[in-house]
Design a protein around this ligand. Sequence first.
Ligand SMILES: [Zn+2]
Length: 232
Amino acid sequence: MPDLMKGITSFRGDVFPQQAALYRQLAHEGQNPQALMISCADSRVMPEAITQSGPGELFVCRNAGNIVPPFSTMNGGVSSAIEYAVLALGVRDIIVCGHSECGAMKGLCCPHLLEPMPNVAAWLRHSHAAHSVVTQAYPQGLTEPELIRAVALENVLVQLDHLRTHPSVAAKLAQGEITLHGWFFDIETGGVLVYDGEKRGFVLPRDGDDLPVAIKGRLQPQLAAQTPIAAE
Ligand SMILES: [Zn+2]
């Protein structure tokens, strides 16, 4: 792995010295990232590059398909990362970021590709709802690339729904202290589509636009048990 070896020596010798004070501060004072980003493990998707974030700015959790298992189904790395980011680090924004040309979404759409990979197939069951939405609610006749792209976009929304099943996230949403974002990175163009929960669609924000959000915490807490029950 000569390239990786070259990379770590170059980082240590050329890059790190320019940011040594920042790393020293982060080492002594701890991290205070502004957001948790859950993205695909795909090597072409680089959360820090897409958001132009530096050390200490982004808490990142990556896996095949940018999946968030629903809280009750498994206790694993993603659940732990969410809980830690929300409760220990106090992040106020969580981003689920899908992307174009996603191999996981392709596997979801072409199950025969997953036959030699039973673990991947089992993991992708957390995205089956996205596949069902596209195959049953979208117009018929999509080409395979269109199908995979649509599933990848819907998968972002499915994973946002799963996020809300995590108690730490649900409680912060009820207190208006957290905001959920759904993004989609287009590898070929470098564009990031952002889900606008009010418009119910993905938009491409322009420079200077306010960042659309998928799910806002309740700004004026309205708790179910405190809402007057209307008479029939
Ligand atoms: Zn992917």
